[in-house]
Design a protein around this ligand. Structure first.
Ligand code: FE2
Length: 294
């Protein structure tokens, strides 16, 4: 079976759906599951945004596409329904840029279900931290957020539960943050989480996928685990470090989408030229849907 992985989306949900459809069309595959590694940008409204999200959406309006999905026009609803006839819904874990209280309320309203749809069309489903669910036949553990004091910190009970699980009982581990020492940030700081390194070394899943740092990183090896980190799906138009422009045409970034063959366990970062065709402040999802399924 085939599973696609998507890096940090930060609200650009139409780019995410478009990328998945294009992957199927251009690679001639049918995906059995799609997993997104957090920072989907799941806020019920812009007034719930955090500071960075408020700043970036001024320059990159597609970071507000999640809100369009929550209250779709008839045209957008038809496009998303058409997309979901061709692809599976996207499972995602929480990052550090989501409304965690809102996500928790959706689970509570669904009688404590571990997986809940967050939009009325059911395109994106949040998986609660600490859950192990079947993803295309793989026992897949999900642990969102990041190791940081305060409200963004890893869920203590979920972390403890996964740390108590039998080594070898998980085929695939999905986290938002990556293992400690994986990279350095703009200011030279060491990135990654010691607690996630400990979890990977304990569980020894054959495959670990994360996001958060917004650039491709890996493969990295931790015992029998191979770990990959995906790039941000759509980089911002400009940043305070690069005001001259980073991604003015809002194209999908190389290394932000991964593809796994569950039989061979082969994982690859996609660097295909067609990724950049999924672009713009207003992605032409209807056009991509119309190109058809394989
Ligand atoms: Fe992010």
């Amino acid at each position: 079976m085939k599973v696609a992985f998507i890096g940090d989306v930060h609200g650009c949900v139409l780019h995410a759906l478009g990328s998945v459809l294009m992957l199927q069309q251009r690679r001639g595959v049918r995906l059995d599951a799609v997993v997104q590694v957090g920072d989907l940008g799941a806020y019920p409204s812009a007034d719930r945004f955090d500071g960075p999200s408020r700043r970036f959406i001024l320059d990159s309006p597609s970071q507000g596409d999640f809100f369009r999905l929550l209250d779709p026009t008839p045209e957008l609803a038809a496009s998303v329904r058409g997309a979901l006839e061709q692809m599976p819904p996207v499972l995602f874990v929480a990052g550090n840029h989501e409304d965690h209280e809102w996500l928790a309320s959706l689970h509570a309203a669904s009688a404590g279900a571990g997986v809940v749809a967050v939009d009325p069309l059911g395109a994106f489903h949040h998986v609660e931290c600490g859950r192990v669910v079947d993803v295309a036949g793989l026992r897949t553990a999900f642990l969102g957020l990041m190791e940081a004091p305060g409200k963004m910190d890893l869920d203590e009970a979920a972390y403890a539960a996964l740390l108590a699980a039998e080594p070898g009982s998980v085929d695939l581990l999905i986290t938002h943050e990556g293992p400690y020492g994986m990279s350095r940030g703009f200011r030279g700081e060491v990135q990654g989480s010691p607690k996630l390194t400990r979890l990977i070394e304990h569980l020894q899943p054959p495959l670990h996928i994360s996001g958060h740092v917004h650039h491709e990183n890996g493969p990295r090896y931790y015992g029998s685990t191979v770990s990959y980190t995906l790039a941000q799906l759509v980089g911002p138009k400009s940043t305070r470090y690069k005001p001259e422009g980073v991604n003015p045409e809002q194209r999908v970034t190389d290394g932000s989408v991964g593809l796994l063959d569950t039989e061979t366990r082969a994982f690859e970062y996609l660097h295909d030229a067609w990724l950049a065709e999924v672009h713009g402040d207003d992605v032409d999802l209807a056009g991509i849907v119309a190109a058809g399924a394989v």
